[in-house]
Write a protein of this length. Structure first.
Lengths: 414, 318
């Protein structure tokens, strides 16, 4: 009996060692984002898109270099900067070279600082930070560093595209700005005030307010203020449960104008808005979903739907991130030397399957791409979100938005 | 100024919703001495069950059936879980309910996923009841008010006017005597636990469409429910009602008006210091009421604990 136990233990152990030996060749990407708590759905959907992108775009085509597979590992940071730094250390200890994160600029600010420090102190285990959604402009300005690359347009670029659309609306007289109380919400508000002031000095900003992030149960009091202010339009950078909460609440409580947003799509948000948000919710994003950017993208989206029937590709930039990373790894001929890979990423031009060209600006590592402003509707929707029949249809496009926007970044290269 | 009336109604809705949760919790506590950490989880289960039922049978059947299922589940938890743990004392009971809360959240995520569910207000109630100077009051809110007030009156009647209520009240203070008189006290406990969780279920069913049905909904409301019953006085139904309404109105008004700390301090005779930017209390001076609205109930709780430890309506027990 004892012998059998021993035999079992030994074989189990050898299996584990065998398995880890097989994994050692993998290119590991650590996904550090909320997988529990109020923003769990946003994080989990992002993780699914990353896993699918790695499998579909890299692994199914025979991997990278000499057949190395790409593996995305999810780490739950509970949207806390402190927790993220712990998870970062765990990831680095597991031999991860690439960190992807996007939800919350507060977390991104903590990560980029920690990674900069880590890379200076530990040249043997340097990591790259591929930021796919944290859009605080500071990350590619004052706080920029060589290890950080942003694959999403920053809050200023997005606001520039949004305010272009708003400025064209003759009837717009009063605007209310509301956002989450942290670096990103403040950046959105500041950009909105600046740009609206420059493009439409006659428009009055009747409210500019921040609310606690992820803690508001009922947005009714906020929507009362918005309605009472007589605003014609609302601007919000809210995302996740906060976007849904504020959006539903202001519509229910009698607001009738358009709502200009950054993230009002997918993760259950589109389904929850449904008919009530039709033609009124506009959002700025990159990548063409309706109409789709290319046949290749159509194939990919269908394959994604086959694997995740309840999922959405609401962040097509995730596929750009994986695509550009693989190209940089292939060009550099290594998956370990992150300095070589980062040098290839700098200044890279990439044809996105979601339409348009991407350019990774070398001076600040901010991606430059076409920005779309889309509308929430159920007409001409090929790919809906949340299986609701509603989706986002592109209304206008700014080509290579903010290509020449100034940056305060002073890049120090190793 | 028209806003005052609107805010009164909004605060009433928030408060009554809170009351339905805290009523069950405070009943359970006064009866069994158990602080049920999983109470808000039953609220979440109510919303999810109702969503699932509403797909097949419509909203109204959900409102009818979901609380029943939640109540039966709650009674089952008492009968087969809490009662066994009870003999080991209060700490294991607390840990049991805490574990149960985590378990329910994971289960909900496992079955329904992490996305928000498209659980919506039924079409028949999806219109504006009336508007006060441009602020529309959705009919659903009026419906919520009626349901909660109805439940409060029903509870009050059962507890004070019926034989069952009398036995429950007696079992509260003298369980042994009631047992000696031939009443089945464990059955009463199970019933109270079941009714308490069913109340949380009702709250979930009617709050799901407005506050959102997602796995974090129990967490968001969990702590405020405890604050409510501490302010109201543990075990007091009237206390739970008054505290819920108080919290509803305080938070609503604090969010609706941008009252600045600077104005408040100036009003009570403290002058604004010069060079505010260099002042160490700068953040304190620049506070506005919406920023601190959600912590006001906690401040109130601390004050209550200092000046009236038994709560507003609580009877001091050793």
């Amino acid at each position: 009996m004892k012998n059998i136990t021993k035999l079992g233990a030994v074989s189990a152990l050898s299996l584990i060692i065998g398995a880890s030996a097989a994994f050692a060749e993998n290119i590991k990407v650590a996904f550090i984002d909320p997988l529990s708590g109020p923003f769990a759905s946003t994080g989990t959907n992002g993780l699914h898109q990353f896993e699918f992108a790695a499998d579909y775009m890299v692994n199914a085509n025979g991997g990278l270099l000499d057949g190395q597979q790409m593996e995305v590992i999810g780490f739950d940071n509970k949207i806390s900067p402190k927790e993220s730094l712990i998870q970062l250390q765990v990831a680095i200890d597991q031999g991860v070279r690439f960190i992807v994160q996007g939800n919350s600029s507060g977390v991104a600010n903590a990560l980029t600082e920690a990674i900069d420090k880590h890379n200076r102190r530990n040249p043997d285990s340097r990591v790259l930070f591929l930021n796919y959604a944290a859009v605080d402009p500071a990350l590619t300005n004052d706080k920029c560093n060589f290890w950080h690359f942003r694959f999403d347009a920053n809050a200023d670029i997005k606001m520039d595209a949004l305010t272009d659309v708003m400025a064209a609306d003759e009837n717009l007289k009063k605007v209310y700005i509301i956002g989450q109380d942290y670096s990103f919400g403040k950046a959105v508000a500041a950009a909105a005030v600046d740009m609206l002031g420059a493009k439409r000095p006659d428009v009055e900003i009747v409210g500019n307010e921040l609310h606690p992030i992820g803690k508001v149960k009922d947005f009714t009091p906020y929507s009362r203020k918005i309605v009472a202010s007589g605003a014609d339009a609302v601007i919000t950078g809210n995302w996740g449960a906060d976007m849904l909460g504020i959006g539903k609440s202001i519509i229910e409580n009698g607001f009738e104008g358009p709502i200009y947003t950054y993230y009002a799509a997918g993760s259950g948000i589109t389904a929850a808005f449904g008919e009530s948000g039709k033609g009124r919710i506009r959002l700025v994003s990159q990548g063409d979903i309706n109409p789709i950017g290319s046949d290749e993208a159509r194939e990919l989206y269908k394959a994604f739907k086959a694997k995740y029937p309840d999922g959405n590709i609401d962040q097509s930039r995730i596929f750009n991130t994986i695509g550009m990373l693989s190209e940089a790894i292939t060009q550099a001929g290594t998956a370990d030397d992150v300095v070589a890979i980062a040098s290839k990423l700098e200044g890279m031009e990439y044809d996105s399957m979601w339409g348009g060209k991407l350019f990774m600006r070398p001076q600040d590592h901010q991606i430059i791409q076409n920005m779309n402003v889309g509308v929430h509707t159920d007409e001409n929707v090929e790919f809906d979100y949340d299986n609701s029949g509603f989706g986002v249809v592109t209304e206008s496009t700014v080509e290579m938005a903010s290509m020449d926007a100034p940056t305060t970044c002073e890049m120090k290269r190793p | 100024m028209d806003l005052i009336l609107v805010n009164l109604i909004d605060g009433l809705v928030t408060g009554l919703l809170l009351f339905m949760l805290s009523a069950g919790l405070t009943l359970i506590f006064s009866m069994m001495g158990v602080l049920n950490f999983a109470h808000a989880s039953f609220y979440m289960l109510g919303a999810y069950f109702a969503y699932q039922i509403s797909i097949a049978l419509g909203f109204w059947m959900g409102l009818l059936i979901a609380p029943l299922i939640v109540g039966v589940l709650g009674a089952g938890v008492e009968r087969y879980g809490l009662r066994r743990v009870h003999q080991y004392g209060h700490v294991p009971e607390l840990i049991f309910t805490f574990g149960l809360a985590l378990l329910i959240e994971e289960l909900v995520q496992f079955i329904w996923g992490k996305n928000q569910m498209p659980y919506d207000v039924p079409d028949i109630l999806n219109f504006t009841a009336f508007a006060i100077s441009g602020n529309s009051i959705p009919a659903y809110k009026i419906f919520m008010i009626f349901i909660s007030v109805g439940i409060f009156i029903g509870l009050l009647y059962v507890l004070t006017k019926t034989r069952v209520g009398m036995i429950i009240q007696a079992a509260l203070s003298y369980p042994r005597t009631v047992e000696a008189l031939g009443h089945n006290v464990p059955l009463i406990f199970m019933g109270v636990f079941g009714v308490g969780t069913a109340l949380a279920g009702v709250a979930g069913v009617i709050a799901g469409p407005v506050l959102g049905t997602f796995p974090g909904m129990a967490f968001v409301l969990g702590s405020i429910v405890f604050v409510t019953i501490v302010i109201g006085g543990l075990g007091s139904l009237w206390g739970a009602l008054v505290a819920s309404l108080l919290i509803g109105w305080i938070t609503t008004f604090a969010k609706s008006y941008n009252i600045e700390m600077e104005n408040v301090l100036n009003a009570i005779g403290i002058a604004t210091p010069e060079n505010l930017d260099d002042n160490i209390f700068r953040d304190f001076w620049s506070l506005t009421s919406p920023q601190i609205a959600d912590i006001l109930p906690y401040i109130l709780m601390v004050l209550i604990l200092i000046f009236r430890p038994a709560g507003l309506f609580g009877k001091r027990t050793s």
